[in-house]
Ligand binder design. Structure first.
Ligand code: TNX
Length: 524
């Protein structure tokens, strides 16, 4: 009967795999290389095999979103497996080799983003309370399959996953990266590729640094010169660029389909030369400076005592907030060295009111704690723990981005071709080996909303260069945000990361071959 044939072909596939597959096949689920490391894994010792008969079933009567998530999985698996998996939502009973996606809201432990994978030799079932959990479960499926699953052409397989159960949920609700599109402009295709990278590692936030001294990168219809003039250049004098509102909305949608929230940042009152150059009336003295293409910080400031400044901020926040479904608006607030402290405090207090009036909560770099924070404000700790503690004493929560560990624009070591080094050299082990809950005395678990790794773009002008700084540190930041500290150790992590070398290679990710990792890669 059919089952015997299938079993035999599965065994044959396993044997074949033993002979010539590049990724060794295991039947021990505990030997997985999943990043971030799952909370709990129970191995059964058998194997589940995807075959030409496999399909992706979604619970009948469930929300539309389930079919979209299943479609996303099919789109990931079909090019490399060639198995033509289809989405089935008509309630037909799943058969051998099928994947089943289900929502069930009675598993409190899993929370809003957790999932359970039950893998038997017949069926792979993903269950979650919310669609976001199913989406993260799918990333685990991708990582359980051989690396070649990430190829965009048909590969021989076999497509085997060891049997057992994975129960998994994140430590923190906010796990993100920041992309600076101001120092050098990166267009929609680059941002989408970044979003795809975040999704694979179960990150759920992309913070976009949309304005700085060197460029204004988002269309504001009521202040058109911000982009007509202020987007025209970038560090080094290149041509710059900006997102139209349609392009920005398209990015927001693309991210949302991957359960990633976009946080837009307009950095102010410092880091504003591009805006000041576009509109003389925003300057004290009314004279517009030239555009700027260097990499100094701290020389620009909006005129904090002029009403036109607040009209400007109100228009900008209103237009961007209307395109942004996420809860937060990031007001920057860092390194305003040309703004007097009393003017800075006055400005941040007023801008918080504006952001709140447009229905968003404020995030700002740690300096904003000098002002009187709104109860729901978030302080992004990057440099000064005293600022973060000041925020906490006002009841604010903290987002952890310590520059000496989490700055993705720092060089790995003195030989790195890209990156800065003012904060530290951040090798892959250093990027991984810190714990947000214990890093700064006085900042503890209950104060922290999560972890974010910023990628500043002074030294990088193409996305391949960006990838060199992002990878392989991003998977480590993702794990710090997801996996409980008790399960994290560099010695064990570096083995898992080594296996992702091959995966990154197949995905054509330009990653830094850190000498601290015995990379599993093929000759290049
Ligand atoms: C500090 S981090 C900055 C950025 C620079 C970065 C370079 C922060 C809030 N401000 O303006 O791009 O250093 O590493």
């Amino acid at each position: 009967m059919k089952h015997t044939t299938l079993l035999l072909s599965a065994i044959a596939a396993l044997l074949l795999a033993g002979c010539n597959a590049k990724t060794p096949v295991t039947t021990d689920l505990a030997k997985n290389n999943i990043i971030p490391k799952p909370v709990s894994v129970t191995a059964e010792g058998g194997s589940f095999v995807l075959t030409a008969k496999s399909d992706i079933h979604v619970m009948p009567g469930g929300p539309e979103e389930l079919a979209s998530i299943a479609g996303y999985l099919a789109d990931k698996l079909n090019p490399s497996t060639g198995l033509g998996l289809e989405v089935v939502s008509d309630g037909k009973k799943p058969g051998r080799g099928d994947i089943m996606l289900m929502l069930s809201d009675d598993d409190a432990e899993l929370g809003d983003e957790g999932y359970e994978l039950v893998i038997t030799d017949r069926l792979l079932t993903v269950t979650a309370n919310k669609p976001a959990g199913l989406f993260h479960g799918i990333q685990t499926i991708r990582q359980l399959l051989p690396h070649e699953v990430e190829a965009d052409t048909v590969q021989p397989g076999p497509w085997v996953i060891p049997t057992g159960t994975i129960r998994d949920w994140p430590s923190y609700g906010h796990r993100g990266e920041m992309q600076d599109v101001a120092r050098h402009f990166f267009g929609p295709e680059d941002v989408k590729r970044f979003i795809d990278h975040l999704a694979l590692y179960k990150m759920n936030v992309l913070h976009m640094h949309l304005s700085d001294d060197q460029g204004w990168r988002i269309e504001i219809k009521s202040w058109p010169n911000l982009t007509a003039h202020g987007a025209k250049t970038e560090v080094g004098g290149g041509e710059g660029g900006y997102f139209t509102q349609e392009e920005y909305s398209d990015i927001v949608k693309y991210a949302a389909e991957r359960y990633i929230t976009i946080i837009p940042e307009i950095d102010m009152p410092g880091h504003t030369n591009a805006a000041l150059s576009s509109y003389p009336e925003l300057n004290k003295g009314g004279k517009a400076p030239e555009l700027y293409t260097g990499i100094k910080v701290g020389f620009s400031t909006l005129d904090t005592r002029s009403e036109i400044t607040y009209k400007f901020v109100d228009d900008v926040v209103r237009e961007i907030a209307a395109l942004t479904p996420g809860k937060y608006f990031h007001i920057g607030g860092d390194e305003s060295h040309s703004t007097k402290i009393e003017d800075y405090i006055y400005f941040v207090n007023r801008v918080q009111e504006i952001v709140t009036s447009h229905g968003k909560s404020v995030i700002g770099w740690d300096e904003i704690a000098h002002a009187t924070l709104k109860p729901d404000a978030i302080v992004q700790y990057w440099a000064r723990s005293a600022n973060a503690l000041k925020g906490i004493s006002q009841g604010a929560k903290v987002l952890m981005s310590p520059c000496t560990y989490a700055y993705t624009d720092m060089k790995y070591d003195s030989t790195s071709i890209f990156g800065l080094s003012w904060a530290a050299y951040i090798e892959v082990d250093r990027a991984y080996s810190w714990d947000p809950d214990t890093l700064v005395p006085g900042i503890s678990r209950e104060n922290i909303i999560g972890v974010e790794a910023p990628l500043w773009a002074e030294t990088i002008s193409t996305f391949r260069e960006a990838e060199y700084l992002i990878f392989p540190r991003l998977p480590g930041y993702a794990e710090i945000g997801w996996t409980p500290a008790a399960l994290r150790s560099w010695d064990e992590y570096r083995e898992r990361l080594a296996s992702h070398g091959r995966r990154m290679q197949i995905m054509d990710i330009n990653f830094y071959r850190s000498p601290l990792v015995d990379w599993e890669t093929t000759e290049e």
